[in-house]
Design a protein around this ligand. Structure first.
Ligand SMILES: Nc1ncnc2c1ncn2[C@@H]1O[C@H](COP(=O)(O)OP(=O)(O)OP(=O)(O)O)[C@@H](O)[C@H]1O
Length: 255
């Protein structure tokens, strides 16, 4: 079998008496969209933070493309092709959409020690920013300052910022959070396009979106993997129904 793009083995992370990640193992194949679901406090964000390198595990390992990255800092993982969609709070509100992406492209190109004013002028960075904005459908808003963008547009901009580092694997932590019905449908369509080019780990509470998008779903409860499989298997899994999905209306109205 081909080497998975991401392999997580027996990962453990404790906070005092709480085991937020309890012996978690999972694989993400190249080209896969792998969703991680679970109730509040199940340990999804803690897991993502250990994948990005923002949080160290107590034990276990993470490898990317066969390389052990467990002890690499976040910036080295980013250089190897791992990107997390930044939260809206990390966007620079007084800068334009294009400036925000150019800054991320500049950081990835390793020129972050130069003045940002150069990123605006440098054709290579501007072109890279425009290409990333185009991929998320925001090119027409390139010159609008972030404070004037809608919430949905800011979410799309976060994706463009993440794409600026040309990732192999994109980690998305609740991209639908706070979006209205129309905006989340747009986000699902956008992710359906992006997944053709980049592997994705998606943490999301919007079950219709998850079931419309995922190739595989891993279910966490109290830090533990209780099930992992394709959407049909997860929908039919009694443990998952009991622990999480319950009688949530799991339909696929996103098409
Ligand atoms: N920095 C921290 N210090 C102490 N406890 C923490 C810390 N971060 C997370 N926890 C605890 O670890 C557990 C998992 O939290 P985590 O935020 O990873 O869950 P989650 O599945 O992402 O939840 P949600 O769906 O609400 O975002 C929770 O019990 C939480 O209170």
């Amino acid at each position: 079998m081909a080497e998975p793009l991401l392999r997580v083995e027996k990962l453990v992370r404790r906070f005092g008496g709480i085991i937020a990640t309890d012996n978690v193992s999972l694989d993400v194949a190249a080209g896969e969209l792998h969703a991680i679901i679970g109730p509040n406090g199940a340990g999804k964000t803690t897991l993502i933070s250990q994948l990005t390198g923002h949080l160290a595990p107590n034990s276990g390992s993470v490898s990317l493309g066969g390389r052990d990255i467990t002890h690499l800092p976040a910036y080295r993982r980013c250089a190897l092709g791992l990107a997390r969609s930044f939260q809206i709070t990390s966007l620079l509100f007084d800068f334009t959409a294009a400036d925000n992406v150019a800054l991320a492209a500049q950081a990835h190109a390793g020129t972050s020690f130069r003045f940002f004013a150069n990123a605006r002028k440098e054709k290579g960075l501007r072109d890279a920013a425009h290409a990333a904005l185009d991929r998320v459908g925001l090119l027409h808003r390139a010159d609008v300052v972030v404070s004037r963008l809608s919430h949905g547009e800011r979410r799309e901009l976060e994706l463009a910022v993440a794409l600026a580092s040309k990732p192999k694997l994109l980690l998305l932590d609740e991209p639908m959070a706070g979006l209205g019905v129309t905006e989340s449908q747009r986000m699902v369509k956008l992710l359906q396009e992006l997944r053709k080019e980049v592997s994705i780990v998606l943490v999301e509470h919007d079950m219709p979106a998850v079931f419309a998008l995922a190739d595989r779903i891993t279910v966490l409860v109290y830090g533990r993997v209780i099930a992992s499989g394709d959407p049909a298997a997860i929908r039919g899994n009694d443990d998952v129904k009991r622990a999480y999905l319950g009688d949530q209306h799991v339909v696929t109205h996103h098409v």
